[in-house]
Design a protein around this ligand. Structure first.
Ligand code: NDP
Length: 459
């Protein structure tokens, strides 16, 4: 008789957990996953996927303006938020169903409920069903974090609620300057909501290249987002009309119908029994793991946002796959976290891979910069004012491209292919030997020959 009920028990059926559980089950292992919400996790249910549908929905107003310049007559199109939500929820249910089917087809079992470890091999699901497993994988992801300490903080919503608002507000304030704040600012502004983005620092999108950060700010303003920098909330006061006044550290008071905070996400470790099982957390409260995603406990691993390495869906998937390869296919595999590209679905979007100019200078000393800002042909035709930005950061001497940054339409698509070349260690001469595809925005990437010298710095 088997010593344990399962060979693998996965806590959390999101991107990382599902990939690991499915691959392990396909190897012939007996696998179960516990999920307290819906199969698919943050990405599918209340993250990347519904967010992208909202981005698509919100782009149509701007596209209608462009269409006029191309000879179309203005239409009387209106937007119906409840109808969009219904369609979005239908599609999310379909995608979640596919995850369930894939797991079932692989032979993995899905248990609905919150799982808690009572020792390293024992899990209690929803407080009643006790299960034992040889190996345990923690893949519970993260949860939005919002402050609670200032007066009125209870009125704040996060991205979780933003996906299900009963109706669109007339105005919204979004606090934060990261991926989620910037993406939702574009979504709400595009849907006609008067949008104010408030960020505590000097420039949004910390961690991205400085030219990208200021370019996105300027372009967002052109799309109607009011960007307020260098201040944060002191308090939030509810008005009689049902809206809110945000009192800011700068002394300003800004009234909006809704206040949303997108001030980061935290690893979701609450109530998992990690302490009981002896699993150690690191100093930011994430599950501490080695390069094989193994915790300090011999039979427990963790992948995805709960480990707070690079918090992106494809990374969680790769970490989950590497774990399964190592433990169930006898093929020790680690995921290389270097040169992971990412996209911000702001409007216009950002695609970025490798180092920012500042990080490259810090890590590599002398670097050469190639930079181009221009109006793409689609924009010049209709007389629009939007500009793209393309930037390459190149190590002087070796001429290896250390970073590639694009702001403009389709930049997330463009950066995927640039990432292949950068991951392979492409040099600027190799990059330039690639013939352009014309007429495209991306052709500018391989035609930048002159090093960029900022105004006023030339010898
Ligand atoms: P981020 O970590 O990207 O940004 C958090 C923002 O909140 C920062 O601007 C931060 O400021 C600010 N902030 C933090 N604490 C406070 C505070 N107490 N008061 C005011 N501002 C504060 O988090 P997000 O919530 O935007 O996204 C979470 C993660 O989800 C991302 O890191 C990303 O990995 C992932 N994600 C990826 C997406 C994609 O790939 N397109 C889309 C959405 C999310 P400061 O910079 O000063 O620290």
């Amino acid at each position: 008789m088997a010593k344990y009920d399962y060979d693998l028990f996965v806590i959390g059926a999101g991107s990382g957990g599902v990939r690991a559980g499915r691959l392990a089950a396909m190897s012939g292992a007996k696998v179960a996953l516990a999920e307290e919400h819906r199969v698919g996790g943050t990405c599918v249910i209340r993250g990347c996927v519904p967010k992208k549908f909202m981005v698509y929905a919100s782009e149509f107003a701007h596209n209608a303006q462009i269409a006029e310049g191309y000879g179309w007559s203005p239409s009387q199109a209106t937007f119906d938020w409840p109808r969009f939500l219904e369609a979005k929820d239908r599609e999310i249910a379909r995608l979640s169903g596919i995850y369930v089917t894939n797991l079932n087809n692989a032979g993995a079992e899905i248990l609905h409920g919150k799982a808690r470890l009572t020792d390293a091999h024992t899990i209690v699901v929803e407080g009643k069903q006790t299960i034992t497993a040889d190996k345990v994988l923690i893949a519970t992801g993260g949860r939005p974090w919002k402050p609670t300490e200032f007066p009125g903080a209870e009125h704040i919503i996060t991205s979780e609620e933003a996906f299900q608002l009963p109706e669109l507000p007339k105005s919204i304030m979004i606090a934060g300057g990261g991926y989620i704040a910037v993406e939702f600012a574009g979504i709400f502004a595009g849907l006609g909501v008067e949008t104010t983005l408030v960020y505590r620092g000097a420039n949004i999108l910390r961690g991205f290249d400085d030219d990208v950060r200021s370019h996105v700010t300027e372009e967002m303003k052109k799309r109607g987002v009011k960007v307020v920098l260098g201040c944060q909330h002191d308090s939030i006061e509810k008005t009689e009309a049902g809206g809110f006044i945000s009192h800011m550290t700068s002394g300003h008071a800004i009234e909006t119908e809704l206040v949303m905070f997108a001030t980061g996400r935290r690893p979701y470790v609450d109530g998992l029994g990690l302490e009981t099982a002896g699993v150690k957390l690191n100093d930011v409260g994430a599950v501490a793991v080695d390069k094989f995603s193994k915790t300090n406990v011999e039979n427990i691993w963790a992948v995805g946002d709960v480990t707070d390495r690079i918090n992106l869906t494809p990374v969680a998937i790769r970490e989950g796959a590497a774990f399964a390869q190592t433990e169930f296919y006898g093929n020790p595999t680690t995921f290389d976290h270097d040169m992971v590209a990412s996209a911000v679905f702001s409007q216009p979007p950002v695609g970025s891979v490798g180092l920012s100019e500042a990080d490259a200078r810090h890590q590599h000393g002398k670097v050469d910069i190639y930079l181009s800002r221009f109006r793409p042909m689609k924009t010049t035709f209709y007389g629009g004012d939007e500009r793209c930005l393309i930037k390459l950061v190149v190590e002087a001497g070796s001429e290896r491209i250390l970073g590639c940054h694009v702001v403009g339409p389709d930049s997330p698509e463009i950066i995927q292919m640039a990432a292949v070349a950068l991951k392979m260690g492409v040099t600027k001469p190799q990059w330039d030997s690639t013939c352009a595809v014309h007429p495209t925005l991306a052709e500018e990437l391989v035609t930048m020959r002159e090093k960029y010298v900022p105004l006023g710095t030339a010898a």
